[in-house]
Design a protein around this ligand. Structure first.
Ligand SMILES: *Cc1c(COP(=O)(O)O)cnc(C)c1O
Length: 830
């Protein structure tokens, strides 16, 4: 049967008949969607309607390429990589889609002809904030790079109905508001009611001998929740490749409903339907700490159970033998949150497909890889064995068997070393016993990576040293990156224009091309254009601060930026101590030629993290005093910008002069905010931590302001023999600052307010070494002032930062994953 003579759905294929990308075609699409999608007259259409209309015009063009991409992957039988992440911090999609498809200017033109502006209508789009911070944003950057590199990469995650909370500031305190981001609908997602999988919880394991005489286990009497898919197209830049992000939503199972209907309790059936649908209701808002709630464990399993079924369905639609799985499938675990996928794949291979243990295990290890994201012990995920036993009895049994075989190997290698067995076991002793998800992920993966050189080294030497000895070479490094499509092309059009004018547009898909700026670092015209772009970004941010916060800041002042989650290890508190010190110095010596500064701080605290929330209050209380003191007037301003998310990041980062990356050495795995800021021409003031070290090496030590304890000295101090009270007593300025905070200078009427912060520093051992780094930090800030005063010199430093940041593109990161870990290759169709 020839294809052409066969009637059928194949005839509907749209290949090579893509809708036009020219202004006239776009305009026609807008008119059609206004009428047929939103059913509005131009006279009554709101800006949100126009957003919906523009989004639909773009997505039509995405859909064509998306379907063609999917077909290409099938036709080529390409090896796919599945990126499993509990978080995707995508932000808005409108401008990103227009830019990546190369129709941004055309959209602007067509909208202008209609009396509208893309700038205005894009403001009505909600951020897709399905993540907490760096980990979720990394996942979003990697998706962009996979599509741009035309790699067969699929994102898998959860479609939370409520994403990251909205942060309001009331009386200086953080207040959390639920973020109903789907309220007005989401034009970028496609519900797939037919892509539906059962996910089971509870029940028990029965063991029996099957007809072939095999000893077999089966999981029975479990309750069922259904996982339904929503798909979002992910466009690459300058390519027709459009990949898929598949997010799962929980639906009640029909069987469950029926059972209740038979008992006649209709109301109970409907109420229970809601309770199973709670699974995908809300993102847990914790960053760098684990949350041991049962609902969270259920989310993790719900997500991986649906995903692994979907992956196997796709594989088995084209292949019969599961032994070939690792040749066609790579599954990547973004942190341990999806690590149950290892046990789930084992379960399906053993119980459903009847493979023997050795074959199933070989397939599993060859398929999985895992990225570790943290060095903080409190962030390493463990689950109580009794909770697993209750919810996932078969998985716990499989994990015990993985552990038994693993410990057997260890015992063989290191006879009599009981201490080592205890350290590496997947199950931590104690009451209750706990399953260590990182150990499961390491043992069940063929490759494990850290996210910056220092981080990977510390994983090998400290956190996972026993595993490095058992599996030499398994732990490797792949330094994080960021996509220049979002973080320059979209976020910083002023800089993008200067780059395009001087070195062409090649940098958008090849960030190493920024190296061509080296030759221009001393070119006066270029310097002026570069400085003008930065200045216009600072003016824009000053305008937003005026508009939203009613505060005046001076675009001529040094914009000193610390934007990231609020956490003790990131040391916003150190920044505050410095601000207060500066305030005291200015008041004492008003005549000195101070470099005017605007300190900008933004970030969310986990709702249950008391100290982090108190730090936000302290920033705001200090800002109140400083900003209202005529004695410092225009020399120091402090602004806390509420609700840090991808959109506010894109407003703030292009305007930064100074990038504060001041975590205690050995605590920040990589950081990516540090990369965004340096790439946008901010000079880093930072510790030798995470990727700061590699940024410093890349941009040159003379273009980076370094300070503080290195990882060895920090570990030595934190390990003991360090007396923070003595440090404070010996430093007059520091003592004064601490006394002001403790004496109610910033909290008149509530002198006790900040006691817990002072107790942390002076009585609880100052675990993040704020006081130990205080003096070095002040000196680094003075160096920053000296450099900034020489405008020409500062501008040159900023230019060289941009010129040398090419390596931190997530394109480089993804290429390394593809070649060294996943074994996937580009599968273009254009
Ligand atoms: C990049 C980014 C982060 C990560 O910032 P770090 O400074 O690396 O912690 C967090 N949140 C948002 C919204 C981001 O864009």
């Amino acid at each position: 049967m020839s294809e052409t003579s066969t009637p059928g759905p194949g005839h509907l294929q749209l290949k090579h008949h893509y809708l036009g990308l020219d202004p006239a075609s776009l305009k026609q699409s807008l008119a059609n969607h206004l009428a047929y999608t939103v059913a509005k007259d131009p006279l009554t259409a709101t800006e949100r309607d126009w957003f919906t209309v523009t989004a639909h015009a773009l997505r039509d063009r995405l859909i064509e390429r998306w379907m063609e991409t999917t077909r290409t992957y099938y036709r080529r039988d390409a090896k796919r990589v599945y990126y499993l992440s509990m978080e995707f911090l995508l932000g808005r999609a409108l401008t990103n889609s227009a830019l990546n498809m190369g129709v941004h200017d055309e959209c602007c033109q067509v909208l202008a002809e209609l009396g509208l502006s893309l700038e205005a209508i894009r403001e009505t789009e909600s951020d897709a904030a399905l993540g907490n911070g760096g980990l979720g944003r990394l996942a979003a950057c990697l998706l962009d790079s996979m599509a741009t590199l035309r790699l067969p990469g699929y994102g898998y995650g959860i479609r939370y109905e409520y994403g990251m909370f909205n942060q309001h500031i009331r009386d200086g305190w953080q207040v959390e508001h639920p973020e109903n981001w789907l309220r007005y609908g989401n034009p970028w997602e496609f519900p797939r009611p037919e892509v539906l999988y059962p996910v089971q919880f509870g029940g028990r394991v029965v063991e029996y001998t099957d007809a072939a005489g095999r000893f077999t286990s089966r999981w029975v009497d479990a309750e069922t929740v259904m996982a339904m898919a929503y798909d979002t197209p992910i466009p690459g830049f300058g390519t027709n490749t459009v990949n898929n992000l598949r997010l799962w939503t929980a639906k009640s199972s029909r069987e469950l409903d029926l059972r209740y209907f038979n008992e006649g309790d209709y109301i109970q059936a409907v109420a229970d339907k809601n309770s199973s649908e709670n699974l995908s209701r809300v993102l847990y808002p914790n960053d760098a700490t684990i949350c041991g709630r049962e609902l969270r464990l259920k989310q993790e399993y719900f997500f991986v159970a649906a995903t692994v079924q979907d992956i196997l369905r796709r594989y088995l639609s084209a292949h019969a033998d599961l032994r070939g799985l690792p040749e066609k499938v790579a599954i990547h675990l973004n942190d341990t949150h999806p690590a149950l996928a290892i046990a789930e794949l084992m379960r399906l291979l053993l119980d459903q497909h009847q493979l023997d243990w050795a074959a199933a295990w070989e397939i599993t290890v060859a398929t999985f890889s895992y990225t570790n994201h943290t060095l903080l012990p409190e962030a390493l995920e463990t689950w109580p064995a009794p909770m697993l036993e209750r919810l996932l009895p078969r998985h716990l049994a499989i994990i015990h068997e993985i552990n038994r075989r693993f410990l057997e190997q260890v015992r063989h290698r290191h006879p009599g070393d009981m201490e080592r067995l205890r350290r590496v076991s997947l199950v931590a002793e104690g009451d209750p016993k706990r399953v260590r998800m990182a150990h499961l992920a390491i043992v069940g993966s063929h490759a494990v990576n850290g996210v910056a050189e220092l981080h990977s080294q510390l994983l090998r030497e400290r956190v996972f040293a026993d595993f490095e000895a058992l599996y030499p070479g398994r732990i490797t490094n792949i330094t994080n990156g960021i996509t220049q499509r979002r973080w320059i092309n979209q976020a910083n059009p002023a800089l993008a224009q200067v780059l395009n004018a001087y070195i062409g547009r090649g940098w958008v898909s090849d960030l190493d091309r920024l190296g061509e700026l080296e030759a221009l670092a001393d070119d006066h015209a270029f310097q002026a254009a570069f400085a003008a772009a930065k200045h216009s970004n600072k003016q824009r941010l000053a305008g937003l601060i005026r508009q939203h916060l009613g505060q005046e800041v001076d675009p001529e002042s040094l914009f000193d930026v610390q934007v990231k989650r609020i956490h003790e290890y990131k040391r916003q508190l150190l920044n505050v101590l410095q601000i207060i010190t500066r305030y005291n110095r200015i008041r004492r010596h008003p005549e000195t030629g101070w470099v005017p500064r605007t300190v900008i701080i933004a970030g969310k605290a986990a709702p249950g993290y008391r100290l982090a929330k108190l730090i936000i209050k302290l920033v705001n209380d200090v800002a109140d005093v400083v900003n209202n003191d005529p004695a410092v007037s225009d020399r120091l301003r402090v602004v806390f910008i509420p609700n840090y998310d991808v959109t506010t990041a894109a407003d703030i980062i292009p305007a930064a002069d100074l990038s504060e990356q001041i975590s205690t050495a050995g605590t920040e795995a990589s950081g990516t905010g540090n990369m965004k800021l340096a790439l946008n021409g901010a000079v880093t003031l930072g510790t030798l931590d995470g990727a700061n070290i590699e940024i410093r090496a890349a941009v040159g030590a003379e273009n980076f302001i370094e300070f503080g304890l290195d990882v060895e000295r920090a570990a030595a101090l934190a390990g003991g023999g360090h007396d923070p009270s003595a440090l404070a007593a010996a430093d007059g300025e520091l003592l004064e600052v601490l006394e002001m905070i403790g004496g109610g200078y910033f909290s008149p009427g509530a002198p006790e307010r900040f006691r817990p912060l002072l107790a942390r520093l002076l009585e609880e051992g100052d675990p993040y070494l704020v006081l130990a780094d205080y003096r070095a930090y002040l000196e680094a800030q003075e160096r920053a002032d000296v450099e900034f005063r020489q405008a020409q010199r500062w501008n040159r430093m900023a230019i060289l930062n941009v010129a040398r940041m090419g390596r931190f593109s997530s394109d480089r990161t993804v290429r390394e994953y593809a070649e060294r870990i996943w074994g996937v290759a580009p599968a273009p169709h254009d």
